[in-house]
Design a protein around this ligand. Structure first.
Ligand SMILES: Cc1cc2nc3c(=O)[nH]c(=O)nc-3n(C[C@H](O)[C@H](O)[C@H](O)COP(=O)(O)OP(=O)(O)OC[C@H]3O[C@@H](n4cnc5c(N)ncnc54)[C@H](O)[C@@H]3O)c2cc1C
Ligand code: FES
Length: 351
């Protein structure tokens, strides 16, 4: 059985046959970074220092050519060929929370925007779910497939789990949520997942960038820092198309009104809507970079559509953001759908 050594901490764990490094680490109770689990977002990137890996599942699409040249690997897809040693970030804060499968009931369902449904789920067994602000859950469908959604708050006294679900045209689960799901319906979930969590071991000012329903985990993290009474400056950018997509703008404006260290900048990609509302126009990552062209002194949290995350990641590193100060969740489709899409592309492009 291959052994994986984490160079920074010296921790070691074994990987079973055909097991990815990420799965093996999770089995050993070690938290390494990840988001999409499909090989596309790049958030699980690490450096292979010794040994070799193969990619029997999805190709490592999220690895840039330069990362490959510098021995980068994607932990969610890489399977060790023998003993390996890697340089990877560990996220100790998420390690102690048990991962559970829980039956829930829809306690509340409300339209937040024309294509965004707010859901509030209550565990049926009455046992509160544990998670850290910013983490996500998987909804387990009847056929066993999973659909990931960020939890839009930290744990609440009433035990409810808040989700912001965008309707994806042609999407099976989100279309059902949009068209048919009602209060009292049951959903099976697995939680908590993900490593988009507050980093409290820093005094640096923070930038937050959300695209669409990427606001959900950002909301949870910002609320966490507010509850802590943090004095670190926080500048939140929320990019959407028109004002009706800014479905919790009043909440964000309320944070900025109450907490002098918080600034909120909504950014609309539709120029007419931006002009009409007197709001910032353009792409959200461009607005952030126009205000903060040198990112070397910041921690940056971002969450939302894969295109926004990928564009932001590259440009933020160009603007001197150190790689270990960027934390992100990329709202890719579920791993099984990504695999099907990539298999389809393999047929066409020989990926
Ligand atoms: C970590 C994480 C957190 C997330 N959090 C949120 C959140 O808080 N809120 C939110 O709104 N979204 C979130 N997402 C995105 C969300 O998980 C997806 O939108 C959701 O899984 C779509 O499910 P679906 O069943 O409706 O669509 P699917 O049926 O999975 O389809 C998705 C899209 O892929 C297309 N498709 C499906 N199969 C194929 C195929 N074989 N070939 C080509 N195209 C295909 C469909 O037509 C559709 O356009 C998150 C994603 C991740 C990874
Ligand atoms: S590429 Fe591995 S988690 Fe996204």
């Amino acid at each position: 059985m291959p052994t994986v050594t984490l160079i920074a901490s010296g921790k070691r764990f074994d990987a079973a046959a055909d097991e990815t490094v990420l799965e093996a680490a999770q089995r050993a109770g070690i938290a390494l970074p990840y988001s999409c689990r499909g090989g596309v977002c790049g958030s699980c990137q690490a450096t292979l220092v010794e040994g070799d890996c193969r990619y029997p599942y999805n190709p490592p699409v999220g690895l840039s050519a330069s990362a490959r040249a510098h021995h980068g690997i994607l932990l969610c897809q890489a399977v060790p060929c023998g003993d390996i040693a890697i340089q990877a970030r560990e996220i100790a804060s998420v390690e102690d929370i048990p991962h559970r499968r829980v039956e829930t009931e829809v306690a509340e369902r409300r339209m937040l925007a024309p294509d965004v449904v707010g859901l509030w789920l209550r565990p049926v067994d009455g046992e509160p779910l544990r998670w850290l602000p910013g983490q996500y859950l998987d909804v387990v469908l009847a056929d066993g497939k999973h659909r990931p959604f960020s939890i839009a708050s930290g744990p609440r006294p009433d035990g409810l789990v808040e989700l912001h679900v965008r309707h994806v045209p042609g999407g099976g689960f989100t279309s059902w949520v949009y068209d048919s799901l009602k209060v009292g319906d049951r959903l099976t979930i697995e939680a908590p997942l993900g490593t988009f969590v507050p980093r409290e071991d820093s005094e640096r000012p923070m930038l937050f960038m959300a695209g669409g329903t990427g606001f959900a985990p950002v909301k949870a993290v910002v609320e966490h820092f507010i509850a802590l009474g943090s004095r670190r400056p926080m500048h939140l950018y929320w990019g959407v198309r028109t004002t009706e997509d800014l479905y919790l703008a009043d909440l964000a404006r309320g944070w900025a009104a109450k907490v002098p260290t918080i600034t909120f900048t909504p950014v609309l990609s539709d120029p007419d809507a931006a002009r009409e509302a007197g709001l910032r126009e353009g792409l959200v990552h461009e607005a952030l970079l126009a205000d903060h062209p040198d990112l070397s002194g910041f921690d940056l949290y971002m969450s939302g559509p894969p295109g926004m995350v990928a564009a932001g990641r590259d440009l933020f590193f160009d603007a001197k953001l150190p790689e270990d100060r960027l934390f992100y969740d990329s709202f890719d489709v579920a791993p099984d759908v990504l695999a099907a899409i990539l298999r389809g592309r393999a047929g066409i492009h020989g990926l």
